[in-house]
Write a protein that binds this ligand. Structure first.
Ligand code: ADP
Length: 484
């Protein structure tokens, strides 16, 4: 079982209006460790009623929270960030236990997650309006920025802490309260954050966590007129549904949805660097990130060399329980995820792909899967259209720059893309033509709190992180002052 330095960080209740509470019907669901199948504990299974309570509490807490000075809100976020870092070992252990990612990655995520509180705490102090040139001699024009109001957030299981802080940080910084529904598979990371919120001095009602029936909770969050904004990270299908549900009450929405990232290796690339980047982009979190390379395009001249070197590097990845030393790849989140990887492999092989490595469930059982590499992959295969969300690297072949740009853009998604080239002209040409919100050039890792994270096309709306991340939680007010 879990041995935390501070056992109080493992909470098995939801957090509403500053109170730890159970579901109205006392219903619970189990939380399972995907690496062992063992039950870690339970959490309440809540629905619309409890969500309404959290929203009412947020509405009640809003006036006092927005009245605080930016610096006061900033200091709370700063303390929250510090507490996360001070408790990083425990938070990482909880995360690995419920999510499966290797401990080193979990610790990395805790630091990344804390960085959003630090960053947005600083940004809180820089929210500024405008004074404009008036067209009237007796009137003046001022534009202020105000917190939008009660916010709601729905987050996924693949980054159980960072997807939360990336939304909660700017909301609180802007002066908004927020109700969170974390993924039911990874609630303990969210609840540990609530423990630290209390310690950091977040006032009651400003941050609440409800857990349970996603349809009922999502239904309340999207229909309740008190909620002015919804921020969602997850699948495109659910994002589309939530957008529709938000339409009747015209809520402002931010959506960070699925990706289908291309990763292009040109003939002139540094092949060893490209292999390293591909490993980082593809196999991080066992391939379960929305910015993971999903389609790897390799130019004719370096195809065999890249394939050979990638197979050698992937072959060295150690699969195992994330708490064990040296493990690079943990289990997938659940059985359903394994089935999808299997389907993508079977479909590709039936259409002529070549298996270079892996391809099967791992001997460790549960939801462990072998790191896999496929060659001779073509665009008529399912994995070219859908995110695999697993440790499968499919290698497509291409000849020309124009051809690969067309292939890379041939998707309704547009979150991240990557390419490797040392030709400066090509770097600009390709970066400009790729239809994604983020482009990694000669790197496989792009996420940071200082840069705007988000997609184009059906990968979403809005940007998280960076100076722009505050915008979604603010509204402008134009004040026309006459009688001057
Ligand atoms: P994935 O599990 O692939 O990350 P989902 O979109 O299914 O993507 O899940 C992301 C988040 O959305 C989770 O917190 C999940 O509980 C939530 N969710 C799933 N279906 C709904 C729904 N119908 N309404 C509201 N939230 C939902």
């Amino acid at each position: 079982m879990l041995t935390l330095k501070d056992p109080a960080l493992l909470r098995q209740q939801a957090y509403i209006d500053g109170q730890w509470c159970d579901a109205n019907e006392a219903a619970t669901v189990d939380v399972i460790n995907p690496a062992t199948g063992e039950k870690l504990g339970t959490v309440p299974h809540m629905g619309a009623q409890e969500t309404r309570r959290a929203i009412d509490a947020a509405a009640a807490a809003w006036p006092a929270w927005r009245k605080k000075t930016a610096r006061e809100r900033s200091l709370v976020l700063r303390r929250w960030s510090d507490l996360m870092l001070e408790n990083a070992d425990d938070l990482a252990l909880l995360m690995t236990a419920e999510q499966g990612k290797p401990l080193a990655e979990a610790k990395g995520e805790v630091a990344y997650a804390a960085s959003f509180f630090e960053w947005f705490g600083e940004e809180a102090k820089r929210v500024a309006g405008e004074t404009l040139q008036s067209p009237w001699p007796d009137r003046r024009i001022v534009v202020t920025k105000e917190p939008i109001g009660v916010c709601a957030a729905i987050t996924p299981w693949n980054f159980p802490a960072a997807m939360i802080t990336r939304k909660v940080g700017p909301a609180l910084a802007a002066g908004c309260p927020i109700v969170l529904k974390p993924a039911e598979l990874t609630p303990y990371s969210a609840l540990a954050l609530a423990v630290l919120a209390e310690r950091a001095g977040v006032p009651k009602g400003v941050f609440s966590v409800v857990i349970g029936d996603s349809k009922a909770i999502g239904g309340e969050m999207t229909s309740n007129p008190l909620v002015r904004k919804l921020s969602f990270t997850g699948s495109t299908a659910v994002g589309r549904l939530l957008m529709e549900q938000c339409a009747p009450t015209i809520k402002k929405i931010s959506l960070e949805l699925g990706g289908n990232a291309s990763f292009i290796v040109f003939d002139d690339a540094d092949i060893d660097a490209a292999v390293e980047g591909a490993i980082a982009s593809k196999y991080r979190n066992a391939g379960q990130t929305c910015v993971c390379a999903n389609r790897i395009y390799v130019q004719d001249g370096v195809y065999e060399e890249f394939a050979q070197k990638l197979v050698a590097a992937v072959g060295k990845l150690k699969v195992g329980n994330g708490v064990e030393a040296g493990v690079n790849q943990g289990p997938l989140i659940e059985e359903k995820a394994v089935v999808k990887v299997e389907q993508h492999i079977a479909d590709a092989l039936s259409k002529g792909a070549r298996l270079l490595l892996g391809g099967k469930r791992h001997e460790l059982g549960h939801s462990f899967f072998q790191p896999t590499v496929l060659a001779d992959v073509t665009s008529n295969m399912a994995l070219a259209r859908e995110e695999t969300f697993g440790p499968l690297a499919p290698l497509f072949r291409f000849s020309t720059e124009d051809e690969v740009i067309a292939m890379a853009n041939d998707t309704e998604f547009g979150l991240a893309s990557y390419f490797y080239s040392r030709d400066i002209g090509r770097v600009w040409r390709v970066a400009e033509q790729i239809e994604t919100g983020m482009v990694g050039v000669n790197t496989g890792l792009i996420s940071t709190e200082v840069a705007p994270f988000g997609g184009v096309k059906q990968s979403g709306l809005g940007r998280e992180g960076s100076v722009h991340g505050m915008d979604d939680y603010l509204v402008m007010k134009y004040i026309c002052m006459g009688g001057v």
